[in-house]
Design a protein around this ligand. Structure first.
Ligand SMILES: O=C[C@H](O)COP(=O)(O)O
Length: 259
């Protein structure tokens, strides 16, 4: 085993660059070396905040890492409004979210585009946090595993085993995002376990053991420990609760609440 848990705060479209600095400073005041030794802590701010976050993290030598919420499939050129992986790499981003359900839903991102974005991330040495997960109708039809595995298969086209080893996958049941509805720890484990089995089929056991699989969807300090206790859940992608520094720090300390 030996996978370091990752707690990643997806701020979505919240916090301007000044608010971002103040927020990261609050996290930095609370988090200790003991926390950073136990979990990797990441923030995923809007693009306009990244340079400020980088300056703070590097200037104060913080152990928080950061990344973006999206990237272009293109590396440069006439693509108005897009931000390339090269630009994110230059800002020393570690991570980039790819295929978040809100991108799929509001921006029509399909599996083919998500695959191109995963490849773009790897081209620039960024670690993609690949988001997969089913909507309510698919869940009710009992097809959540097949649906989520198909998203994984499609997103990993042309991704090598060497690249796949560093991948992070986030299982986010869409019906549990921002709704207060949380999948049970057993629901999370069922799909995260199936994702890991599929990684072993697509690649091999080494890749499957190396990949971190996060759960996302209404994670809070009160439910984090139970979800993270599952054998195939290696962390959390936290939306709403990541906007409250005290709450986010409590989630990072989920291990202190587990028995
Ligand atoms: O990226 C985070 C997920 O969309 C979960 O968001 P949430 O914690 O607000 O439900």
């Amino acid at each position: 085993m030996g996978r370091t848990p990752l707690i990643a705060g997806n701020w979505k479209m919240n916090f301007n660059h000044l608010e971002a600095i103040s927020h990261v400073q609050k996290l930095a005041f609370s988090l200790t070396d003991k926390d950073y030794d136990a979990v990797e802590v990441a923030v995923l701010p809007p693009f306009t905040d990244l340079r400020s976050v980088q300056t703070l993290v590097e200037g104060d030598k913080l152990r928080i890492v950061y990344g973006a919420q999206d990237l272009s499939v293109h590396d440069s050129g006439a693509y108005t409004g897009e931000v390339s992986g090269a630009m994110l790499a230059k800002l020393n981003c570690t991570y980039v979210l790819v295929g978040h359900s809100e991108r799929r839903q509001y921006h029509g991102e399909d599996d083919q585009l998500v695959n191109a974005k995963v490849l773009a991330a790897f081209r620039h040495s960024l670690t993609p946090i690949l988001c997969v997960g089913e909507g309510l109708e698919v869940r009710r039809a009992g097809e959540h595993i097949a649906h989520t595995l198909a998203q994984l298969d499609a997103a990993l086209g042309k991704v090598t085993a060497e690249q796949a080893k560093s991948l992070v996958v986030a299982y986010e049941p869409v019906w549990a995002i921002g709704t207060g509805e949380v999948a049970t720890p057993e629901d999370a484990q069922e799909v995260c376990g199936a994702l890991r089995t599929r990684l072993a089929e697509l690649y091999d056991g080494d890749v499957a053991e190396a990949v971190r699989i996060l759960y996302g969807g209404s994670v809070k300090s009160g439910n984090a420990a139970g979800i993270m206790a599952q054998p195939d859940v290696d962390g959390a992608l936290v939306g709403g609760a990541s906007l409250d520094p005290a709450e986010f720090v409590k989630i990072c300390r989920f291990g202190e609440n587990s028995n």
